[in-house]
Design a protein around this ligand. Structure first.
Ligand SMILES: *Cc1c(COP(=O)(O)O)cnc(C)c1O
Length: 373
């Protein structure tokens, strides 16, 4: 058993993917070819957001979104330290200061109460411009409350929806929540391509135009007229073709992920702390993550029985060397730190067989019973 086996997905969708990719080889418009625009329209429709601008990766999506908001030196952006490094890295890359706030212990998403305290108690000299809540593991943070907290301060909410494509909050899809959203099509994400890819979602035409300029070196009316500093942030036409083919299987895959999560919840809740999904939300289940005080021993025993696990994330960002310059120390974000010590993720690939799911469950229960506190 592999943690994620993308070759199974390819075997399932080979015909559609090959056909789409072959068409790109034939027309040879590898850069911003027709599939890129077709994909952007399909994604915008799917998410229910007026504009989608595709780009080279989820990291590019975050950087381009921050650039489009004109966030840079002298600005500060709040996010959580319990996320993939790219969230905070993008803030630092545009020259702004990352400010951290803690997570909820059961959803692992930004704690709105903690955010409120971080904003109210902020004494830094950089201007608080934006908050980046992270849709961690496919879950949706409390955007309604986060929006209400940020609005009086004029703080923009930029969703890091890299892990949540397909998640739903009361009929609204991830990508449409917040003022803007960045997503990723890294192969192991809920909607993944066969390489790097990403997209930014926004609600107004003006900003979409700005994002399209930023993604091609700050172009003006044509590529050789440069009106601002941008990046090379384009999505490959080949990746757009792969995504268009995969999009037609996404709902089926999401349903399967949800069914697996339900089985895990039921079977594992007596032995582990299972993840809480907020009411009115459907997670995209990018990861299924559990907590246990004997995490390391349990993962080792699972490995010996052929069940792979992964740790997202072993070191909170405020304790990473790369962020040492921002003045944080161990103990600053106790929920993130405790979670990092106890959390692990188990396979939730939609192409797992029922037998494999049974093996994961029985192996984990046996390991938990052996390591009962
Ligand atoms: C994967 C991920 C990113 C970055 O996406 P890439 O496509 O790998 O650049 C950003 N934020 C989070 C939360 C992610 O999981």
């Amino acid at each position: 058993m592999q943690f994620v086996d993308i070759t199974r997905q390819y075997a399932h969708q080979k015909h559609a993917i090959d056909k789409r990719v072959a068409r790109v080889f034939a027309h040879a418009r590898f850069i911003l070819g027709p599939e890129v625009m077709e994909l952007e329209e399909a994604l915008a429709r799917d998410v229910g957001c007026s504009h989608c601008v595709s780009c080279g990766s989820g990291t590019d999506a975050l950087v381009m979104a921050l650039m489009a908001l004109d966030i840079g030196p002298g600005d500060a952006v709040i996010t959580t330290p319990f996320t993939f490094v790219a969230t905070a890295e993008a803030i630092a890359l545009v020259g702004a200061r990352p400010v951290f706030t803690d997570i909820e212990p059961d959803t692992f998403c930004m704690d709105a109460g903690a955010l409120e305290r971080t904003i109210a108690g902020y004494t830094g000299t950089d201007t608080l411009r934006a908050v980046i809540p992270v849709d961690l593991f496919g879950q949706i943070p409390d955007y309604d409350r986060i929006d209400r907290i940020c609005a009086p301060y004029g703080i923009t909410v930029l969703a890091d929806a890299a892990q949540s494509f397909g998640a739903v909050l009361e009929g609204r899809r991830a990508g449409s929540l917040g003022h803007m959203a960045a997503t990723s099509f890294f192969p192991a994400k809920p909607l993944g391509c066969f390489g790097d890819g990403g997209a930014v979602f926004c609600h107004d035409e003006e900003r979409a135009r700005l994002l399209r300029s930023l993604r091609v070196h700050g172009m003006g009316t044509n590529k050789y007229e440069n009106v601002r500093i941008g990046i090379n942030g384009r999505l490959d036409t080949l990746q757009a073709a792969v995504l268009l083919a995969k999009l037609s299987c996404l709902d089926e895959e999401l349903a399967r992920r949800r069914a697996i999560a339900e089985r895990y919840n039921e079977a594992l809740a007596p032995f582990f702390t299972t993840p809480r999904v907020r009411e009115d939300c459907e997670s995209a289940w990018a990861q299924y993550s559990l907590l246990h005080p004997a995490r390391d021993a349990i993962c080792e025993q699972a490995r010996q029985h052929g069940v792979p696990t992964a740790i997202y994330y072993p070191i909170p960002l405020h304790m990473q060397k790369a962020f040492a310059g921002y003045g944080y120390t161990a103990g600053d974000f106790p929920v993130s730190e405790r979670t990092a010590g106890h959390i692990f993720s188990i396979p939730i690939d939609p192409y797992l067989t029922d037998e494999e799911i049974d093996t994961v469950i029985t192996t984990l229960i046996a390991a938990a019973q052996r390591h009962e506190a």
